[in-house]
Each structure stands twice: as structure tokens, then as C-alpha cells.
Design a protein around this ligand. Structure first.
Ligand SMILES: [Zn+2]
Length: 317
């Protein structure tokens, strides 16, 4: 059914001592490490994790079990260090009052900004090495884009794709098999209008605004009808080969409104199976879900998370 059956935990979740064994036992074949969301998210947490003792043991266990490793991260403030603003404000975005600001993202019409970001992307991917050759270096989480005279006519999705194309080109020079995700999510949900994806850029569809209590194709959900339309438009624009779904079926952080303590997952295996049929029909071959905050505290409060049924559904069972 799906060749990639994944999970996206936060690195901090591995405080649960047997989380990697639970993932392996469930039959999940791809793990995308996440270092958190929100306006301040950076890859630092993932770097700290994999260079620490616990992270090294986790990577070893996945390698021995044949589970592929990726990193799914908001990376823009690492790729363009905010400290460059004082010397080179023109690298950064202009807000809608006409003032340059380092608060988020960058100016995608600055060739120097794209050069720095691309070069640092290669540097980051050498550290956070993917075993699938797929890379996920997202823009700042839900943050605004550039409104300078050159960028103003480009939508958030276009600006995001300009940056993705530049990074994808640099990654390909480093690793000819490297491919980069274009995250289709919040402000970048609608397809770009002005820019076409480079051949090694693929669709990553993340329907964060969906209603997870009902199937995507449930006609009684207006939110889900919008996600279905956005997903179909995204597949049409990017093409199905290589397209990847990043869902929220087992995301305890979203189910808790991103406020601890984690709530119990309102997991529904029948909704999941209907959603999978929808994605399969559109041609997706790769599916994953955030599983953030399924950690020691979660298991203490709520017992075993539904990893086995989740993985079975992804296998078509
Ligand atoms: Zn600009």
C-alpha cells in the first residue's frame, strides 16, 4: 500500500526509554525526528539529541532494525543566522510597513540570502544525515514572508518554493539523490502561481487545520472539504511521484492544543483507514504522522499509545 510508513516524534519524546523499541515492534519503517514547532523552532535540539548518548543509542537501534531515519524541521533561522541582520539587513524580509526585520524567514529575492541558506543547508544535512536521501528543511513555523517590492507579488507558497528550489539545487550537488520537501501547510497550503518546482522537490502535505474526529472525505466537515480541495490542487501542481503526507493521527501535542500535560489521543482507527484510502487514491506512496508527546509522561497518564494499530493500518490491515 504505502512504501514509506512513518512516524514523526519530537526528539525529547525519547525520554521514554523504550520508544524506539515500540516503533520498531509496530513495524514502522521511517522515523522523521522533529525538534518542535512554534516561532522559535530551530534544528539545534535535533543536533544536540543525535550527538548525545541517548540519541546515539536510538540511531543505533533503528539502524540495526533497518528503520530509515530522516529529520523534519523548521530550519530557516538556522539556515540564515539572525546575527547577520545588523551587517546585511537586505538578506531579511521586509514587513508590510516597509521595514526590514530578522523576525522570520528571509528575502527570497536576495541571491546572497539564497546562497547562504543553500550552503548552510548542505552543512546541516551533513550533520542530520537522512538514510532516505529525503530532506525536510522547513520555513519558520506559521510566520510571515517578505513584502519587499521584488517579493510582494509572490505568494507565501511561491516564496517558499523559490527557497526550496535553491536549497534543492545545492543539496543535489552534494548528493545527486537528494530530494527536498515543499511543505504545503498553513500559509503555503495553496499551490504556487509563479514558480515551478525543481525536479528534486516533492510535495509534503500537512493538513493541520483539518478536523481529525472525522474522515477527510466526510462531507459534513467544511474544514476537511477545504483540505481535500487543497490536497488535490497540490497533487496536480507537484505531481504524485514522491508525494508525502504528514498527518496528525497520533499527534498528542496537537490533540493537547500544544499545552502540557498531554491529553489522551482521540485516536480513531476507522477515520485513519478512510483517510489512507483517500491519500492512496490520489497517488501518495509515503505517509507519516506526527507522534509528538508520546513520551514517558504520556504512557504514565494514558498507557500504551496506539502505535501497533496505526502501523497496521498503514500496511493496509
Ligand atoms: Zn524580498
Amino acid at each position: 500500500m504505502f512504501t514509506r510508513r512513518g512516524i514523526v516524534p519530537e526528539v525529547g519524546d525519547f525520554a521514554l526509554p523504550d520508544l524506539e523499541q515500540r516503533i520498531i515492534a509496530a513495524g514502522i519503517n521511517t522515523v522523521g525526528f522533529h525538534a518542535g514547532g512554534g516561532a522559535e523552532a530551530t534544528p539545534e535540539g535535533a543536533i544536540d539529541f543525535i550527538t548525545g548518548e541517548r540519541g546515539r543509542a536510538v540511531l543505533r537501534a533503528f539502524a540495526e532494525a533497518g528503520v530509515d531515519i530522516e529529520y523534519e524541521l523548521h530550519a530557516m533561522r538556522w539556515l540564515l543566522p539572525r546575527g547577520l541582520f545588523e551587517r546585511s539587513p537586505e538578506l531579511f524580509r521586509m514587513d508590510d510597513t516597509g521595514v526590514r526585520t530578522p523576525d522570520a524567514n528571509l528575502c527570497c529575492s536576495s541571491s546572497e540570502a539564497l546562497r547562504i541558506v543553500s550552503q548552510r543547508a548542505v552543512q546541516l544535512c551533513r550533520i542530520l544525515r537522512s538514510t532516505t536521501h529525503r530532506y525536510f528543511l522547513w520555513a519558520d513555523d506559521g510566520q510571515p514572508w517578505c513584502q519587499c517590492p521584488q517579493c510582494r507579488g509572490l505568494s507565501a507558497s511561491d516564496q517558499n518554493l523559490v527557497i526550496a528550489n535553491a536549497i534543492a539545487g545545492a543539496l543535489r550537488e552534494w548528493d545527486p539523490r537528494a530530494r527536498l520537501a515543499a511543505l504545503t501547510y498553513l500559509q503555503t497550503l495553496d499551490p504556487p502561481r509563479e514558480v515551478k518546482p525543481a525536479s528534486n522537490v516533492f510535495l509534503e502535505f500537512a493538513p493541520i487545520r483539518r478536523d481529525s474526529s472525522r474522515a477527510l472525505t466526510d462531507p459534513t466537515s467544511e474544514a476537511n472539504a477545504q483540505m481535500v480541495a487543497a490536497c488535490e490542487a497540490a497533487i496536480e501542481f507537484f505531481g504524485a511521484p514522491g508525494a508525502h503526507v504528514l498527518e496528525y493521527w497520533i499527534d498528542a501535542s496537537r490533540a493537547s492544543g500544544w499545552k502540557r500535560p498531554a491529553a489522551k489521543l482521540p485516536y480513531d482507527g476507522s477515520v485513519l483507514r478512510k483517510d489512507l484510502r483517500f491519500y492512496e487514491t490520489l497517488g501518495f506512496e509515503s505517509v507519516t504522522s506526527f507522534s509528538c508527546w508520546i513520551d514517558a509522561d504520556y504512557v504514565d497518564r494514558w498507557g500504551d499509545p496506539p502505535l501497533n494499530d496505526y502501523a497496521a493500518a498503514l500496511r493496509g490491515e
